[in-house]
Design a binder for this molecule. Sequence first.
Ligand SMILES: C[S@@+](CC[C@H](N)C(=O)[O-])C[C@H]1O[C@@H](n2cnc3c(N)ncnc32)[C@H](O)[C@@H]1O
Length: 291
Amino acid sequence: MADDAGFSNSSTGSAPIWDWAGENARRWASQADRLDAQLAPVSEILFRSAALYSGATVLDIGCGRGATTREAAGIVGLAGTVVGLDISDALLSEARTAATDIANIEFVLADAQTYSFEPQQFEIAISRFGVMFFADSVAAFKNLHGAMRSGGRLFAAVWQPRDRSELMDAPLQLGARIIAEHGHVVELPAANGGPFSLGEFETIERVLGAAGWSNITATPHELSFYNGGPGTVDDAVVLALTIGPLRLLLNELPAEVEAAVRAALVEDFTKRHDGTGVVLRGSIFIVSATA
Ligand SMILES: C[S@@+](CC[C@H](N)C(=O)[O-])C[C@H]1O[C@@H](n2cnc3c(N)ncnc32)[C@H](O)[C@@H]1O
């Protein structure tokens, strides 16, 4: 579906890649520990930027399995509250289970674009890669703006375009090459769609500006990731073959092609393993804005 800023939230084919309410979320949930470990460098920068404090009221947008929601709850303490909001029942039920003993967390199953927030509820909104999948980005950021107190701040980690991140691009390009060598024609998803839809500063500024936010910045960070977290080559291979566009490409193809892609990934990731994990670079922005 294309939103009013002209972004696509679908794959090149008919099946939606970023189907957060369905199969995609179940695959994500199965890899959540690996993903949380992989994304630790992003959390570190996000929390350093957001500078949460004791007593703050915080919204975690697209909180998924709630790793950042729990971290925020620990910082704001019992004098504050954190609401984790997500559209995925599968991910949110895991978030709820992991936070049963945490008193200052509430989880809301809802679409951030349409949910009726209590007006001016939050001082700070954070997001680790949860704000790039809205059907209508301007409408969503407008709705989120209404949930913020005047002067409230947004801090969101977003990916730069896919071709600036080995982490996202290298396994996909390698997989596509092996698939082509086996005589199958596949079309890669756009390098600026889905998770990369807020990958350029001009886009961030246009979308957030149209939604009423001000003081909009996007600070670039070039990070070194362990693919699938610190671990084995197999951890990284399983992750690459389970989530994202490569999985969808392989769903359409015979098992021997997947076996060949797996072998190529093992070879490539083995070269990138530094003794702790498979190292791949990635480029993000930390977006900040004021309500
Ligand atoms: C890339 S995941 C990130 C999850 C989590 N923040 C993390 O870092 O592990 C994107 C998340 O955004 C959520 N999401 C996508 N569209 C949404 C929407 N319209 N409203 C609320 N959440 C949404 C998805 O369900 C998913 O949990």
